[in-house]
Design a protein around this ligand. Structure first.
Ligand code: CP3
Length: 344
């Protein structure tokens, strides 16, 4: 197996820097759009054959060093018994969770019963890949998931979730407790099915002040990280707008901390110290730069991050209008300059 990614996550030496892209299976790929043309997004997530097929697409086309299982962070939330729609405007919960009774009604699903199709998709992906690259499992963090559940969908200001947090903290802890009790078995199911590393997305965690992040998020994240690590599997924690939360994220004990493009990656390293690996952090819009300039940005990140304990990635998901050839160019540039960096 190409185990560069797993070695980098553990800060072991590698021949070059491993690279994958958040949202690497998605609408920027014509072969994804061809499949998506005949099936809704949620139905695609729940069809293990097709989910495995789109998971493998970016490995074939881009030559990335890992496959991330095709699914969505909201899949286990739906299994808690709340209706989810995923339309053109993003996720939508027609009956948002806002009261004690709403939270009371949520179930803690058995992962195999509620979301066994994810495990099946992982098994089929591993077979299809013939174990050439590792499979990344994932889930959302309680705050990011709760933000969708309480707001009823995406949000700009996060007024409802933050008011709930401040006005009824006990209720929010009950909700986060239920989410954590759902997410830990969900992650362990993915590990059992063959995920060799796990990423926890706290995409909107940067909306909270460090003070609130410490009290409302870190305890739950820490439990999730430890539960996965107890199985011998490394964990990546990722969020956006979290440059000032890095010392807190380090406390979770995560093996790797993902960076968005706002933090110079050498600065992140300086704050985190030598015993944590970093992931990132090209601005997804840099894929629209002329090739020469894109290459310079790649080299700059590789130099800043150094050769040990760095997983190259975008600072957030790849965007639908991106040219797949630009993504391929970026992956090749990482491998080429990553190898050169090691030869001194
Ligand atoms: O990275 C991958 O290739 C694996 C698949 C994956 C998807 N969503 C597929 C998807 C992963 C890891 C996610 C995680 C996810 N989902 C996050 C965290 C990552 C991040 O971007 O911060 C979040 C916040 C969500 C919630 C979500 N799902 C949103 C906001 C949207 C709509 C926005 C959009 O891009 O359309 C989705 C839908 C979604 N999830 C799509 C894909 C490929 C697009 C669905 C389609 O095909 O129409």
């Amino acid at each position: 197996m190409n185990d560069r990614l797993l070695r980098a996550a553990r800060r072991q030496p590698t021949d070059t820097t491993p690279v994958w892209l958040m949202r690497q299976a998605g609408r920027y790929l014509p072969e994804y759009r061809a499949i998506r043309g005949n099936i809704g997004f949620l139905d695609l997530c729940k069809n293990p054959d097709l989910a495995a097929e789109v998971t493998v697409q970016p490995i074939t086309r881009l030559g990335v060093d890992a496959a991330i299982i095709f699914s969505d962070i909201l899949i286990p939330v739906e299994a808690m018994g709340i209706e989810l729609e995923l339309g053109d405007k993003g996720p939508h919960f027609p009956n948002p969770v806002r009261t004690a009774a709403d939270i009371e009604r949520l179930g803690v699903p058995d992962p195999v019963q509620g979301t066994g199709f994810v495990a099946e998709a992982i098994r089929r992906t591993r077979r299809a890949l013939n174990d050439s690259v590792p499979v990344i499992g994932f889930c959302g963090a309680p705050f990011t998931l709760a933000a969708y559940m309480v707001e009823g969908g995406g949000s700009k200001s996060y007024i409802l979730i933050k008011r709930l947090l401040f006005e009824q903290p006990k209720l929010v802890h009950t909700l986060f407790e239920k989410l954590t009790s759902t997410l830990i078995p969900y992650l362990l199911m993915q590990v059992e099915a063959g995920a060799s590393i796990v990423q926890i997305f706290d995409s909107w965690g940067g909306e909270l002040s460090p003070w609130d992040y410490e009290r409302f998020c870190i305890p739950y994240l820490t439990r999730m990280v430890q539960a996965v690590q107890a199985k011998g599997v490394p964990v990546i924690v990722f969020g956006t707008g979290m440059s000032n939360h890095l010392p807190l994220l380090k406390r979770t004990g995560a093996d790797v901390i993902g960076q968005d493009w706002r933090t110079p990656i050498d600065e992140a390293r300086r704050v985190l110290g030598p015993d944590v690996a970093v992931q990132g952090n090209l601005d997804p819009l840099h894929l629209f730069l002329p090739r020469e300039e894109l290459e310079q940005r790649v080299v700059d990140i590789l130099r800043r991050a150094g050769p040990v304990g760095h997983i190259f990635n975008l600072g957030h998901g790849i965007l639908p209008p991106t040219d797949p050839d630009a993504a391929k160019f970026m992956v090749d540039a990482v491998h080429k300059h990553g190898a050169a960096l090691r030869q001194g």
